[in-house]
Design a binder for this molecule. Structure first.
Ligand code: 3HC
Length: 301
């Protein structure tokens, strides 16, 4: 049954090539997922060749792991290795019909990227953003064709978590939304249509947890204590391990968006900022990093 607000699938466009903007952790996981499920050419781009090579290298390494675990046969693996490529030359996006962006969580940067890519891709290509928190309507505001931008938000680890938040901006048209839902189905994700509101649905809840946890830290509760405090809820992961998985910088930037929208509900924690600025891993060998603990200060919340 078609969920409320989702246009008929007859409006969906065919996707024969996927372009991925970014080659970081999220972007590389997306490349692997699109490659496995759509089995069409997938091309990655990033600022320099080193990043591009790292992204493509991740995809190759994950394919090798799937073969080793006997979850993929060698024939499929060989085909997929041929289909994935990376380039700093953005013109390789010219014939992509579905372009997804997974770069740093900054509205101006994302707007700048879309302005640039809109000139490269064909007019009917769908533009999807994996933003964790930013407004799709604002991101599309200066585009020549804002109707083809849609929010397409995945969760870490992408290969495991089934949810996909699909976000319709004010100008997103039916063909774009129908294509997004059809692609979501091919990716075997459970797609939900959510409103274009700060951080959509899932990250509002997760960021509220992080915000409360860090208010306790800012007030002086040790990090290892707040980390176990939610065990009674039976969450799949403790909050600091989740912070490491998501990346403190990503969590902080989602928090900034939510703090700006709802200052009473989301606190801008000085200790979380210290962790982000240090660039240190929060977890080392499944333990909280003592160097991170040493950074924390009490009482300036
Ligand atoms: N990549 C691929 N597969 C992974 C993986 C990864 N990074 N991590 C774990 N897996 C796979 C394992 O291979 C295993 O697969 P199998 O059962 O088929 O062998 C399966 O997941 C379970 O892994 P484990 O047995 O090692 O460990 P767990 O049972 O503890 O599961 C977890 C690990 C799936 C990460 C689980 O702890 C979990 O769901 N954690 C919560 C994650 C979460 O809340 N994510 C949302 C973050 S918010 C976000 O991403 C949004 C962004 O905008 C900020």
């Amino acid at each position: 049954k078609r969920p409320v607000g989702v246009p008929d699938k007859s409006l969906a466009r065919k996707v024969t090539k996927v372009g991925i903007i970014g080659a970081g952790l999220m972007a590389s996981q997306l490349a692997l997922l699109f490659l496995r499920r759509l089995q069409v050419p997938v091309v990655l781009t990033d600022l320099d060749q080193e990043r591009v090579d790292k992204g493509v290298g991740y995809v190759h390494a994950e394919i090798d792991k799937l073969v080793a675990k006997r979850r993929m046969d060698e024939g499929t693996a060989a085909k997929l290795r041929q289909l994935v490529s990376g380039s700093v030359d953005k013109s390789v996006f010219a014939d992509a019909d579905f372009v997804i962006e997974a770069v740093f969580e900054n509205l101006d940067l994302k707007k700048q990227i879309w302005a640039e890519f809109e000139k490269i891709v064909k007019p009917e290509a769908i533009l999807a953003t994996n933003t964790s928190s930013l407004s799709i309507t604002e991101m599309a505001a200066d585009l020549e064709h804002p109707e083809r931008l849609v929010g397409f938000h995945f969760f870490n680890p992408v290969a495991v978590l089934p949810l996909l938040e699909i976000i319709r901006g004010e100008k997103t048209d039916d063909a774009t939304l129908a294509t997004a839902f059809e692609v979501g189905k091919t990716l075997k994700k459970s797609s939900v249509l959510v409103k274009d509101a700060p951080a959509f649905v899932v990250n509002r809840l997760l960021t509220r947890v992080t915000s409360e946890i860090f208010q306790a830290v800012d007030a002086g509760t040790p990090l290892d204590v707040v980390n176990v405090a939610m065990d009674p809820l039976g969450l799949p992961m403790r909050p600091i391990a989740l912070l490491q998985l998501v990346g403190p910088a990503v969590a902080y930037h989602v928090g900034e968006t939510l703090h700006a929208a709802f200052p009473d509900r989301y606190v801008d924690s000085p200790n979380l900022k210290r962790i982000v600025d240090s660039k240190l891993p929060v977890m080392v060998d499944k333990e909280i990093n003592p160097e991170v603990v040493a950074l924390l200060q009490v009482g300036d919340a």
